[in-house]
Design a protein around this ligand. Structure first.
Ligand SMILES: Nc1nc(=O)c2c([nH]1)NC[C@@H]1CN(c3ccc(C(=O)N[C@@H](CCC(=O)O)C(=O)O)cc3)CN21
Ligand SMILES: CC(C)C(=O)C(=O)O
Ligand SMILES: [Mg+2]
Length: 269
């Protein structure tokens, strides 16, 4: 098959060009079958390190290993054909030096086939963002509430409540934009700060708990499907899958006990 015949995925420059235009749609996914559904409607899909908490029951994202991100990244790339796939770099795989970050980001891209990586941090990560983008690895930045630093921040706390902190967040946004990031996630940030940052920088801002002032939105798929028992305030629940799964499981249990399942339809003769 020639390259032209393949369905082209959304590209990094296409996302970057959406600044100030039609809002960018994104969700997380960690899983081939759900990713195939999300792929029909999302511009990009994030294989987020939130998978440590959502899929593996961890208390934070700090313990997520690189190999786990690669495994879920492969699953999502295999399950999709249209969306840009972005994979989170997990804690401890990029902070130390641009060289180490490049090695691990290249491993993620080569082994998963994703189109970009995401890493947390503003001004402090600017040199690394430049190092990676100049060498062929597109980087999405992530500032504000950065869950990998929750031990320093004192938990998952909304940022910018105190106006005195705004200049630091604005500086982070400018630094990642100037370093070559193609977009930046603004997480857990008061609305006026997210609005100010979105106006100040040339790359799209993707909000999560950061208001409709951003250039796009992202949510954790399981949260908006009603599968998370501790849904934060910024989540809108679009489907109640938790109760649906429970009903199906309890119907199945009843049918097994009463021998109503399997029936003629499910039996080999
Ligand atoms: N399932 C899931 N969804 C997420 O959005 C998510 C993860 N996991 N794991 C990684 C981070 C952690 N996130 C979180 C976790 C908790 C709150 C939270 O409890 N927020 C409080 C606000 C606290 C404040 O205002 O200071 C809330 O009540 O919404 C926020 C973001 C966002 N990310
Ligand atoms: C919430 C998004 C932005 C994320 O980083 C994740 O899912 O890990
Ligand atoms: Mg993340």
């Amino acid at each position: 098959m020639s390259a032209q015949n393949q369905i082209r995925r959304t590209t990094v420059p296409q996302i970057a060009r959406r600044k100030g235009g039609e809002p960018i749609v994104s969700l997380t996914s960690y899983h081939a079958h759900t990713a195939a559904i999300v792929d029909k409607h999302a511009d990009f899909i994030l294989v987020g390190d939130s998978l440590g908490m959502v899929m593996h029951g961890m208390e934070s994202t700090v313990g997520v290993p690189l190999d786990l991100m690669i495994m879920h990244g492969k699953a999502v790339v295999r399950g999709t054909k249209k969306a840009l796939i972005v994979v989170d770099m997990p804690f401890g795989t990029y902070e130390e030096s641009p060289n180490i970050a490049f090695r691990n980001a290249a491993k993620i891209m080569k082994e998963t086939g994703c189109g970009a990586v995401k890493l947390e941090g503003g001004k402090r990560m600017a040199e690394t963002i430049r190092f990676l983008t100049e060498r062929g690895i597109p980087v999405m930045a992530h500032i504000g509430l950065t869950p990998q630093s929750s031990h320093v921040l004192g938990g998952f706390k909304t940022q910018g409540r105190d106006e005195d902190s705004w200049p630091l967040h604005e500086e982070d946004a400018r630094a990642v934009s100037e370093a070559g990031a193609f977009a930046v996630v603004l997480e857990g940030m008061v609305e006026p700060l997210a609005a100010k940052i979105t106006k100040q920088i040339d790359i799209p801002t993707i909000g999560i708990g950061a208001s409709a002032e951003c250039d796009g939105q992202i949510l954790v798929l399981e949260d908006m499907l009603g599968l998370n028992p501790w849904t934060p305030k910024f989540v809108k629940v679009y489907g109640q899958l938790g109760p649906m799964i429970e009903q199906a499981v309890s119907d199945y249990a009843e049918d097994v006990k009463s021998r109503a399942f399997p029936t003629e339809d499910q039996v080999y003769r």
